[in-house]
Design a protein around this ligand. Structure first.
Ligand code: B12
Ligand code: SF4
Ligand code: SF4
Length: 413
């Protein structure tokens, strides 16, 4: 895939943005309140709780004010480093039925939280009372660092090589909420980034940030290497128009998926997805998938690597730059990390969430799939007596697979 390493989406300018809000926005808020007693100003004193009538703001001046406020928010978002900011009504519509159908098919596997909180996902105002608008943001994360491309090296998803996005995106969203408060005064809101039952891709799509790709991720003409986050709020702002979809007749992601997890366009059976198998699944990885996982030890990028739109991807924030050379780490070296090293080196990384046992489980599978060598067998043997039965079982499987490979017999794919 051709990347354009010198292209920068944006410069992150937290400090500059904060200074600008302090200098200008209080006076703007004051001016807006003076001009808008019946519009946002009215809502702020508790008049408008509705979903879509935009608070009864029908006159032209109010509409201009709303449009101006949205642009101010968008600009503040850009200054905080967001690649895009969009506005949608807080309504799930038909997407809620699709979510229910996905759950009914059992595609969520062991992700019980998806089923437990389905109705909160479908009804934003139940999750945060008063919510009428969802402000969605996107943050680019792709890095220019070289990725090792050999079976004895670990393949870790690009999104997980650096700092944990949950914290980064939510921290930035809080700054955006503070900026909005400086513009209009207090308002009701809550910020999220993959941190609560929110239909993130749906609202980003409705807010014009991109379209649902056939791989189900939010896709744009600058690709899909983007995190999503949102502010649920009680500001009755008009929605942005959705963008047209541009998957067309392409089906590259369905064909590239190593485990055939994209069972139909827009339908991922999570139970087959390597991201689920290596990150979400607590127990043993089903044997049928182990050979297909290859050297992927945390997540999978294949449905994005093959996507033609990712040729136009922009580089993301340096905060997501690889730590501990995870972009070119040998499997045997990572397998040797003690639990203390794992916890210490991966502090602040999303990978730490899976814990040392599942880390070893995943690497054992990748070592089983690696070309046969004495160093791989020795590394596996060193964990054969690990206290965790889960690790021992995967090590046994991997040693058996190594034995088959070294005997010259083709391992079962
Ligand atoms: C659960 C989850 C997973 C699960 C399930 C994935 C899935 N596709 O559902 C697993 C663990 C497999 C997963 C993997 C990944 N995930 Co994930 N995941 C989520 C999470 C928490 C919820 C997604 C969800 O609601 N799924 C439920 C199903 C029903 O939603 P859906 O597939 O989008 O289905 C919609 C449409 O496709 C459509 N639909 C469904 N069926 C049908 C049928 C027809 C006929 C039609 C027309 C439409 C249709 O309607 C549905 C509702 O809108 C979100 C965060 C969030 N809170 O939203 C992150 C999120 C989607 N994941 C993200 C990422 C980065 C990934 C990975 C790339 C990570 C990696 N590199 O390993 C992979 C990609 C795998 C993939 N192709 O989806 C990002 C995506 C960013 C982006 N650009 O879109 C999110 C938004 C997190 C974030 N804040 O950034 N993920
Ligand atoms: S992340 Fe990998 S396994 Fe999951 S759907 Fe995409 S290509 Fe398939
Ligand atoms: S690979 Fe093709 S079908 Fe899949 S998301 Fe990208 S453009 Fe759409």
């Amino acid at each position: 895939m051709t990347k354009r390493p010198n292209q920068r989406a944006h410069q992150c300018r937290f400090a500059g943005a904060e200074v600008a809000f302090d200098k200008n926005h209080h006076s703007r808020a004051y001016r807006r309140r003076q001009r808008l007693p019946g519009a946002l100003g009215g809502r702020l004193v508790g008049q408008g709780k509705n979903s879509g009538n935009i608070g009864g703001m029908h006159d032209r001046d109010s509409k201009l004010e709303e449009a101006a406020l949205k642009e101010e928010i968008r600009q503040a978002g850009r200054e905080l480093g967001f690649a895009a900011v969009g506005f949608a009504r807080a309504e799930a519509g038909a997407a809620a039925d699709e979510l229910r159908a996905w759950l009914a098919a059992g595609f969520h596997g062991e992700m019980d939280y998806m089923a437990r909180h389905a109705e909160l996902r479908a009804h934003p105002a139940q999750l945060h009372p008063g919510t009428v608008t969802v402000i969605s943001v996107a943050v680019d994360y792709l890095q220019g660092a070289k990725m090792a491309d050999a079976p004895e090296y670990a393949a870790i998803s690009r999104y997980a090589l650096g700092r944990d996005y949950h914290k980064v995106v939510r921290g930035r969203l809080q700054k955006l909420a503070d900026a909005i408060k400086a513009m209009i005064g207090p308002f009701g809101y809550r910020v999220f980034s993959d941190s609560a039952p929110v239909m993130e891709v749906h609202f980003a799509e409705r807010g014009g940030l991109g379209w649902h790709g056939k791989h189900t991720l939010l896709l744009t003409q600058q690709g899909s290497w983007r995190f999503l986050g949102e502010i649920y709020c009680d500001l009755p702002l008009p929605p942005d128009p959705p963008v047209a979809e541009h998957c067309g007749t392409c089906s590259a992601c369905l064909e590239a998926c190593p485990t055939r997890a994209i069972v139909a366009p827009y339908r991922v059976d999570a139970r087959r997805c390597i991201s689920y198998l290596t990150i979400e699944l607590q127990g043993a990885i089903p044997e049928e998938f182990r050979p297909l996982i290859g050297n992927r030890i945390y997540g999978c990028d294949d449905c994005q690597l093959c996507c033609p739109w990712n040729r136009f991807a922009r580089l993301g924030d340096p905060e997501f730059a690889p730590r501990h050379q995870l972009n070119e780490a040998r499997l045997v070296d990572l397998f040797a990390w003690s639990e203390a090293s794992f916890n210490e080196r991966l502090a602040g990384s999303p990978i730490r969430r899976i814990g040392h046992v599942r880390w070893l489980r995943n690497i054992a599978v990748a070592l089983g799939n690696a070309p046969a060598s004495a160093s791989v067998s020795e590394a596996l043997a060193s964990r054969a007596d690990h206290p965790s039965a889960l690790v021992r079982e995967h090590v046994t499987w991997a040693l058996a697979r190594q034995a088959i490979t070294s005997s010259g017999r083709a391992p079962r794919a």
